[in-house]
Design a protein around this ligand. Structure first.
Ligand SMILES: [Zn+2]
Length: 393
């Protein structure tokens, strides 16, 4: 009887040690995968950022004014903005079908983006297992190829075209003899470009940043464009302006794309002229906003977007040159235009002519010449899209 009790105790002790041993083994070994819950919000799958940073030791900062957040882990980072479907992960653009949202006091990241984020930050496979997002911790699961390569490359078809009529409202832009305002000409041109794109049955959504004499801050113009970015849709941004010079003899049309190193002194002056509007924007907000797009700017300078923008600028300038015989082509230039900063897509600024040149101003005011300019811009856009879409097929 005693023997029986002793062996029972021994057996239970043995089971206890076995349990401890197993617990130790699994806690330090393969089974300690990290996971977070998946929320279903109006039929879409999300993860709560607060839970993500807790479980995965990720650092987070959020700017409630601009609804923009950053997530960091070692040398990795992600930048997101609520209401946006596209984010930046380690210098690449990663998109979802639906945007980052604020819901019941928390910020939620679309499940597919959370997965790309974790795979990139941890270099491990992230999977949905039993309704949770799980990152496998065992070494065998380490990625052989960098996850970065698996972020969808920015090679989506052009699905939308943003036409930006320069200036508007309290900002007239350049003013010519007889009180002709740049903002009036640019709006007329933007509408003509829109009508022509529709007439030519361009297979893309067309959107104007303004359709009336309205003031819009420069940074908001790029935001209007970025809001259209979806997982499989890229777009282009075309800003239309009229140039001015202290010399009344200078005439002609030119196209710009964004660069911090202007082509020449004239390009720098043109950019300074167009950027001047910043002082009309809400005091304080302007400076902060431009500081805030630093990361996008850095991205634009170093990636594909700048190459694509230069390609779009060439295409528009070439087509304009074919259409316009009255004035000369001044070519393609690089300059730092605030309105182009922050647009996460090929973006150009067209200066259609000089309001300070008597003869050119006469032309710029007429419907007929505006029609010709619009045709040139549209031809350039169409040929760019055709080549771009062909390249990515
Ligand atoms: Zn302008």
């Amino acid at each position: 009887m005693l023997k029986f009790f002793q062996s029972a105790i021994l057996e239970s002790r043995f089971r206890f040690y076995l349990f401890i041993f197993a617990a130790l083994f699994f806690s330090t070994g393969a089974a300690a995968d990290k996971s977070i819950s998946i929320a279903d919000i109006e039929g879409k799958k999300y993860v709560l950022i607060d839970e993500l940073i807790d479980v995965f030791s990720i650092e987070h900062s959020f700017d409630p004014v601009f609804q923009k957040g950053r997530l960091y882990y070692k040398s990795h980072y992600m930048v997101y903005k609520t209401g946006y479907s596209c984010t930046i992960i380690d210098n690449s653009i990663a998109g979802s079908d639906y945007p980052v949202i604020r819901w019941k006091g928390g910020v939620y990241l679309p499940l597919d983006l959370a997965r790309i984020l974790l795979e990139n930050f941890y270099n491990r496979e992230a999977d949905v297992v039993k309704g949770k997002l799980v990152v496998k911790q065992d070494i065998q699961n380490d990625k052989k190829t960098p996850v970065k390569d698996r972020i969808p490359d920015k090679k989506e078809k052009i699905g939308f075209i943003i036409i930006d009529a320069g200036h508007g409202g309290k900002d007239p832009g350049a003013v010519g003899k007889g009180g002709v305002k740049e903002k009036t000409i640019t709006l007329k041109l933007a509408r003509k470009v829109e009508a022509l794109l529709i007439k030519r049955k361009v297979n893309a959504k067309i959107k104007l940043t303004r359709t009336a004499d309205r003031f819009i801050e420069l940074a908001d113009r790029a935001e209007i464009a970025n809001r259209e970015l979806k997982k499989d849709t890229n777009g282009i941004f075309v800003s239309i302006h009229v140039n001015a010079s202290i010399s009344s003899r200078i005439s002609g049309f030119e196209t710009y794309f964004l660069s911090q190193n202007p082509t020449n002194e004239e390009a720098r002056k043109t950019a300074a002229l167009e950027n001047n509007v910043v002082i009309l924007e809400n005091p304080g907000s302007g400076k902060k906003k431009y500081g805030d797009v630093d990361y996008i700017e850095a991205l634009m300078m170093t990636t594909q977007i700048q190459k694509e923008s230069s390609f779009l600028a060439d295409s528009v300038q070439k087509s304009l040159d074919k259409k316009i015989t009255e004035f000369k082509s001044r070519g393609v230039h690089k300059a730092d235009f605030f309105v182009l900063r922050g647009a996460l897509m090929p973006a150009v600024l067209v200066e259609v002519g000089f309001i300070t040149h008597k003869k050119e101003l006469g032309y710029l005011k007429t419907d007929k010449y505006q029609e010709k300019l619009a045709e040139g811009i549209v031809d350039g856009i169409i040929s760019f899209i055709a080549q771009y879409n062909e390249l990515i097929d």
